[in-house]
Write a protein that binds this ligand. Structure first.
Ligand code: KG4
Ligand code: ZN
Length: 337
């Protein structure tokens, strides 16, 4: 019998629904929320209202694209956490109501685990164990992945996530939210060595991005005091240099993690893994160091329900279901479910 999983993702500002049929993602539909652009960051109350507006059309579209009828859905997977409480509640309540009404299993998914497992959706894919560098707007983690249900964080950020550093830098440069992709774009025409920012190298496998963000703030303040047009005249070079610093910081700790974990099979996960400079730098490091690198398809890098439905499918196979009394958990500890 076919196993069809409907997945729902609503942890932050993307409303997404997907269908996984017998382990294959056959639809993956995401509605992004432009409303946050003018505020320079996600406004939680506006995000949950937009999720409420988007969730039904997004699910209808995902079912239509998959040519799946509601009655043929075997189970429903949803993002249980971490994320914004109001946002999580929209997807969570919808999933619970559906599971109850249709009397099918409910599967609460850890958003961070789903980001990691997104690497196993399409071929070529890594075999276990592999090392995953998860880089998103809320997290920066180095994870040893032994199996679908056996993952261990060996390093993480002590303050800001790398995506947050990208977005806050973009805000200082007058670029709209989310600024990460725009920095990536501008950097393509800039010189990564035009300006220098500190690369923070912590002695363990952790990261810190708050210092480099402050150093950009002081750098911009000092230079715009002397020349009001400084940012406009140097935007591409600033983006390229700041991006270079963030990527070098990530790679420095990744190299140490490879040695410590003795694993040479490496994956990226999370929104920042869409960054073209991170991808190309990682690939050239891999060639130098004889690492095997797997990069997720762009649609599975940023928040998406494909990865949620895929993770739920593997939980379904193990009959690892979630009670209808489950609570959404904005601070869900990584890999606890
Ligand atoms: O994983 P994700 O979609 O949401 C979270 O769970 O946080 O990641 C969003 C983050 C944002 O900070 C966004 O600016 C960043 O991913 N991002 C990028 C790029 N595309 C998305 N950062 C740098 N370069 C990109 N091309
Ligand atoms: Zn995410």
């Amino acid at each position: 019998m076919d196993i069809a999983i409907l997945g729902i993702e609503s942890s932050c500002d993307d409303t997404s629904a997907a269908v996984v049929l017998n382990g294959k993602v056959i639809s993956n539909v995401t509605a992004t929320q432009e409303i946050h652009e003018e505020y320079g960051g996600v406004i939680p109350e506006l995000a949950s209202r937009a999720h409420q507006k988007n969730i039904i059309p997004v699910i209808e579209k995902a079912l239509k694209e998959a040519s799946i009828k509601k009655k043929d859905i075997s189970a429903i997977g949803f993002t249980q956490g971490p994320g914004l409480m109001g946002s999580l509640l929209v997807g969570g309540s919808f999933a619970k109501a559906w599971a109850m009404a249709k009397n099918i299993p409910l599967i609460g998914v850890d958003h961070m685990k789903a980001h990691v497992l997104a690497n196993l959706i399409d071929k070529p894919k890594p075999s276990f164990p592999f090392l995953c560098l998860t880089v998103s707007g809320g997290h920066t983690q180095l994870v040893v992945v032994n199996d679908y249900d056996d993952m261990r964080v060996i390093g993480q950020t002590r303050d800001d996530a790398v995506g947050e550093a990208f977005d806050k830098a973009a805000k200082m440069l007058g670029l709209p939210y989310p600024g990460g992709p725009l920095i990536d774009q501008h950097a393509k025409s800039g010189n990564p060595h035009a300006f220098e920012f500190p690369i923070v190298k912590l002695p363990d496998l952790d990261f810190s991005f708050s210092g480099v963000k402050t150093s950009l703030l002081y750098f911009l303040r000092e230079n715009t005091e002397k020349n009001k047009e400084f940012i406009a005249q140097n935007l591409n070079d600033i983006c390229a240099s700041f991006q270079h610093t963030l990527v070098q910081t990530l790679l420095h700790q990744l190299k140490r993690a490879v040695k410590k974990a003795e694993i040479k099979s490496i994956c990226l996960a999370g929104g920042v893994s869409a960054n073209s400079y991170l991808r190309s730098t990682l690939l050239s490091e891999a060639e130098k160091n004889k690492w095997e690198v797997f990069l997720p398809d762009f649609q599975y890098c940023t928040d998406n329900a494909g990865m949620i439905a895929f993770t739920a499918y593997h939980r379904f196979l193990k009959k690892n279901f979630t009670s209808l009394y489950v609570h959404s958990d904005p601070r869900l500890e990584s890999f606890s479910i």
